[in-house]
Design a protein around this ligand. Structure first.
Ligand SMILES: C[S@@+](CC[C@H](N)C(=O)[O-])C[C@H]1O[C@@H](n2cnc3c(N)ncnc32)[C@H](O)[C@@H]1O
Length: 188
């Protein structure tokens, strides 16, 4: 796993999904080395960089050119650019041109989550997985409802991580923002 502090970041783009959350996402994704992953809303590239080490191919999409730029820098930093395609576009437009997805990660969708999930579902292979990370309560509810509408049986976990800083006189705990990880598997 890449340490949070090792990512290049910029104030124009949200920081990387935190390391412990990335670990849970990877575990739940069941990614294998012959699979294609699409990262919608790649931001700083936190998720992209992890999947690039484990999947056959990663297609990373963000509508913000700064996000694509910083993801590219992080891929270069960790020597992971070989199997990653970067697309600067809205998730909906980009997904229209992508087929045969094994894993779709949605880390950012604005107000387009429902449409993105519809498209993702239509491009997902049998046994493909969808993973949504959500901070807003509304996004969490919308994600679960839409997945149910599409015939999935979504699973929902809300993760509250506290990290310990080891000091001379003890361990100081610092909590990170809670985040929901919503997962679903397409029937085979
Ligand atoms: C919280 S960040 C994702 C962080 C990322 N998972 C990481 O580890 O670095 C969300 C990103 O989603 C992007 N985004 C939001 N709505 C989008 C959409 N409809 N299409 C493409 N990208 C979108 C934003 O520009 C932002 O960079």
């Amino acid at each position: 796993m890449i340490d949070d502090l090792d990512f290049i970041s910029t104030c124009d783009v949200p920081g990387p999904t935190k390391e412990n959350i990335r670990a849970i996402i990877l575990y739940k994704s069941e990614v294998t080395s012959d699979e294609t992953v699409v990262d919608i809303g790649c931001g700083t590239g936190g998720i992209t960089c992890e999947f690039a080490q484990r999947a056959k191919k990663v297609i990373s999409i963000d509508k913000n050119p700064e996000a694509i730029n910083i993801t590219k820098k992080n891929l270069n930093k960790f020597n992971l650019e070989n199997n990653v395609d970067l697309i600067c576009n809205d998730g909906i437009n980009a997904l229209k041109n992508i087929e045969d997805i094994d894993i779709g990660v949605v880390g950012g969708s604005g107000r387009e989550l429902e449409k993105i999930l519809e498209l993702l579902d239509s491009k997902l292979k049998p046994n493909g997985r969808i993973i949504i990370t959500a901070i807003l309560v509304d996004t969490k509810v919308e994600a679960v409802n839409k997945l149910k509408d599409l015939g999935y049986n979504p699973k929902f976990v809300e993760v509250n991580i506290s990290k310990g800083r080891i000091l001379d006189r003890g361990i100081m705990m610092t909590s990170e923002n809670p985040i929901a990880i919503i997962t679903a598997k397409k029937r085979g």
